[in-house]
Ligand binder design. Structure first.
Ligand code: GLN
Length: 472
């Protein structure tokens, strides 16, 4: 897999051009078609943009580290004039009238968007099997899923079609597929990256973030896409940073928190061994391990699925057969138009979530479920705050075991929800997290998830970079 840095060197030395890079990305996308990682490939648009990049370079006006680099973006981010489906039949033919801020920033930095990647429908899932456009395949093992919901973006990077990609993460959708496919995936602090133009799943949890073959590439992408945005009131006013600045800092002197609740029952023993092996190496490099406790963590999955589905039921009410996308052909009355368009346009998993979300918000159950889940969310945030009083960073698995077997979302959806145990709590607390490969189990890569303090992505990425070099 070529990194952004490799490709920049090739561009600088004249060994290739941005147009050449895009052509090679397009032919790799074609050659790996059966992985189903892309929903739309933007051949002409990408080639035109690449030519502009080459022109800038010829004039000595190159824009920076991303100029001329092919990038893929998840198909729940709007890109003006191109189809944006969220992998749903309801938006199958929806053409975005404007561009998401994160993509706009990438393009302003010269990156060339080559395609929109496949995903779980409306980002609901952990297996990438709920897409209207069919499942994404894991290039490392065809009997297992690539993880979701940003599986297309993870596979786009893991299969070498692009050096980096954007995904979105509401409860683990960047970190899990990164772990399942052996690449690096970062969910930034809530508010770090604008959500403007991201088709909303659960607004208080959603965050856009990067995938890369290396930690350095994720840092480069994050530096390009972060920052305050007048279109998104939840973006932070913190100045943008060079997130690659501390990558060589090493791990010496760092205190690594190891949550007692995370390494007991429920974690596959080979995955556990891979993670503990890495933590031992870090100790040998001068880090110290400190046991911490997250006493409310066992309630994370239930409170997450209450809050996420509640927000989803509200966010998805806009798809009514009138304003956007799919409209049922045979509705005679207004109510039928809503009911038929939504029943025909949304897949089963999305309908399940809308029903659950409407239920927990309904008059009789609001206090028992929604309000209670919000209280638990606070307790979980407090648990992390307390743990961070005695450590710099927290180590965690990304997944309870190897990537899930194909078909489980259909046969046992509850087991799939439960596999989110290690990732959803970061979204509830708004914290940044990154998964990095840390070893192997059963012939597949194991992802180690690092959890950071709010807005400390630069430190988090330095720990991730240390993991990467100890994994070589
Ligand atoms: N698996 C979780 C869910 O289905 C998280 C999805 C995500 O992060 N978009 O809600």
């Amino acid at each position: 897999m070529d990194t952004i840095q490799d490709l920049q060197e090739q561009l600088k030395s004249g060994k290739t051009t941005a147009e050449g890079l895009v052509q090679s990305a397009l032919s790799k996308i074609d050659a790996t078609k059966d992985l189903n990682a892309y929903i739309s490939v933007l051949n002409e648009r990408a080639l035109a943009r690449a030519k502009e990049s080459d022109k800038r370079r010829a004039e000595g006006k190159t824009l920076g580290a991303l100029d001329g680099i092919p990038v893929a973006v998840k198909d729940n981010m709007c890109l003006e004039g191109t189809r944006t489906t969220a992998a749903s039949k309801i938006l199958e033919n929806f053409v975005a009238p404007y561009t998401a801020t994160a993509i706009e920033k990438l393009e302003a930095a010269g990156a060339v968007i080559v395609g929109k990647t496949n995903m779980d429908e409306f980002a609901m899932g952990s297996s990438n099997e709920t897409s209207y456009f069919g499942p994404v395949k894991n290039p490392l093992d065809s009997s297992r899923v690539p993880g979701g919901s940003s599986g297309g973006s993870a596979v786009a990077v893991a299969s070498g079609t692009v050096p980096c990609a954007l995904g979105s993460d509401t409860g683990g959708s960047i970190r899990q597929p990164a772990a399942c496919t052996g690449v690096v995936g970062l969910k930034p602090t809530y508010g770090r990256v604008s959500r403007y133009g991201l088709l909303a799943y659960a607004s208080s949890l959603d965050q856009i973030g990067p995938f890369g073959a290396t930690v350095a590439d994720c840092a480069t992408l994050l530096s390009a896409i972060c920052g305050i945005d007048p279109h998104d009131n939840t973006t932070s006013a913190r100045p943008t940073e060079d997130f690659g600045a501390k990558l060589d800092a090493g791990i010496k002197g760092k205190v690594i928190g190891v949550p007692r609740e995370y390494f007991g029952e429920g974690l596959d023993k080979d995955c556990k061994a891979a993670i503990e092996g890495m933590l031992k190496k870090m100790e040998a490099e001068g880090a110290s391990l400190k046991e911490v406790s997250l006493p409310h963590i066992s309630y994370a999955v239930s409170s997450y699925y209450i809050i996420a589905t509640a927000e989803a039921s509200s966010n998805l009410s806009r798809y009514d057969g009138v304003r956007y996308g799919y409209r049922s052909k045979d509705a005679r009355k207004l109510f039928d138009l809503y009911a038929k368009s939504r029943s025909e346009g949304f897949g089963k998993e999305v309908q399940r979530r809308i029903l659950l979300g409407s239920y927990v918000l309904s008059a009789g159950f609001y206090d028992a479920y929604y309000v209670q889940a919000q209280k638990v969310r606070r307790l979980i945030t407090d648990d992390f705050n307390k743990a961070f009083e005695s450590c710099d960073v927290i180590a965690s698995p990304a997944m309870p075991g190897l990537p899930l077997k194909c078909g489980m979302n259909e046969s046992d959806p509850m087991a799939v929800y439960l596999s989110d145990i290690y990732t959803v709590s970061l979204n509830l607390a708004g914290l940044p997290g990154v998964t990095v490969p840390c070893g192997m189990a059963g012939g597949l890569p194991v992802g180690l998830q690092w959890i950071g303090k709010p807005f400390m992505e630069a430190d988090l990425l330095s720990v991730a970079a240390a993991t990467e070099s100890l994994n070589k």
